[in-house]
Design a protein around this ligand. Structure first.
Ligand SMILES: Nc1ncnc2c1ncn2[C@@H]1O[C@H](COP(=O)(O)OP(=O)(O)OP(=O)(O)O)[C@@H](O)[C@H]1O
Length: 362
């Protein structure tokens, strides 16, 4: 019996990928790996280098340095370059453009160059059944809705059994209600096919919904990588918090490992005396209490001291209400969200506390 258990190499691995345009680094030393059946999301604002990374993996853009491996085999470095069509990579982009003059069946069969007629037909039928579109097999793209076209595009991309699927904002052309369903369905099919998926998006909700792992990108670099829960709850910096949600910021100076604020003291272990810090927290972690004869709630260890604020504006957002307060201590605005309907009148005096365990100090 074999005494050694070897772990297979990742389905896709990129090492130290770099690309500059006109001397400006656009992809700046990016490395990551994706296993079969895993969805990794490159998430970041417009222009941070997501699409360029994807294009290098697809083979339509050359890197300045770095390597790309599929199943442990070198696909591309600065000397060797496997042509795009031999990389066994499927592509899905926002403007997925089915071929308008080809039938649905011929669109799906497009990448099956080497297969026999019978094999092609079998694979086309299998995939169209999988995306629940067999009834359109002899139809043409213009007879399909946007969502149906998207599902044909998925079937077309999957037909040659790619090892890796690269998706660049593939759902952004669809309207909201349709999008959730198609996203989930696409994800199920990709998982069943055991495809490694690299999805590019600038929408945190999409990344949280789809990804097993998020790689947060900024200015050509990956600033944080991990499971969505970890990236959301343990952000590396203020911008990483702000990328996922609205934020509030308190400024404070540290003395004796404590940051003094109108909401009481915050622990700042290891921060040198005299350092100015930002205490960052999300609106859902602000607690609101009514004013009782000019008093707020008593200080507690978990919520600190209450600070007095006056309601400026309250808006109903569907699942929650967003209330903006002008704070007494310096007139700055803090935002709080409250589940369901909570619409106090502008001018109402209230007391705010902040959940200590949900704050980030940078
Ligand atoms: N061929 C090119 N020549 C010059 N600059 C380029 C080229 N391709 C991309 N860029 C620049 O590189 C930067 C990153 O572009 P890229 O498309 O990778 O970003 P992105 O994160 O995908 O953004 P978006 O979500 O808007 O597509 C941008 O500033 C872009 O203008």
């Amino acid at each position: 019996m074999d005494r050694y258990v070897t772990t297979p190499p990742p389905r896709l691995e990129i090492r130290n990928l770099r690309r500059a345009f006109d001397g400006r680094p656009v992809v700046d030393d990016i490395s990551f790996a994706i296993q079969p059946g895993q969805v990794t999301c490159l998430l970041g604002p417009s222009g941070c280098g997501k699409s360029t990374t994807l294009r290098m993996i697809a083979g339509v853009e050359m890197q300045d340095s770095g390597e790309i491996y599929v199943d442990g085999q070198l696909v591309c470095d600065t000397v060797f370059r496997l042509p795009p069509e031999r990389r066994e990579i499927g592509l899905m982009f926002q403007d997925f453009a089915l071929f308008p003059h080809l039938s649905v069946a011929d669109n799906v069969a497009f990448g099956l160059k080497k297969a026999s007629k019978a094999e092609k037909r079998a694979r086309v039928e299998e995939l169209l059944a999988r995306v629940d579109l067999m009834r359109f097999i002899d139809g043409f793209p213009h007879q399909l809705s946007g969502g149906e076209q998207q599902r044909v595009a998925l079937a077309r991309a999957l037909a040659p059994r790619p090892k890796i699927m690269l998706m660049d904002e593939p759902f952004s052309g669809l309207d909201n209600r349709l999008r959730d369903g198609i996203r989930d369905e696409t994800l199920n099919i990709l998982k069943e096919e055991n495809t490694a998926v690299l999805l590019v998006t600038h929408e945190p909700e999409e990344a949280m919904r789809m990804a097993d792992e998020i790689a947060l990108m900024r200015d050509g670099r990956i600033v944080q990588q991990g499971a969505p829960y970890n990236v959301y709850t343990r952000p590396v910096d203020r911008a990483a918090v702000a990328f996922f949600s609205d934020t509030n910021v308190l400024k404070a100076r540290v003395q004796g490992a404590l940051a003094e604020t109108p909401f009481g003291q915050f622990l700042a272990p290891g921060v040198p005396d005299g350092t100015d810090v930002d205490i960052v927290f999300r609106p859902q972690h602000v607690r609101i209490d009514f004013d009782r004869n000019g008093q707020g709630p008593k200080p507690t260890a978990t919520d600190g001291t209450a600070a007095r604020g006056v309601v400026q504006r309250a808006r109903f957002m569907g699942n929650e209400s967003l209330v903006e307060f002008a704070m007494d201590y310096d007139g700055s605005v803090l935002r709080a969200t409250v589940p369901n309907v909570f619409l106090p009148k502008p001018g109402t005096v209230m007391w705010l506390t902040i959940r200590r365990d949900k704050c980030f100090i940078f």
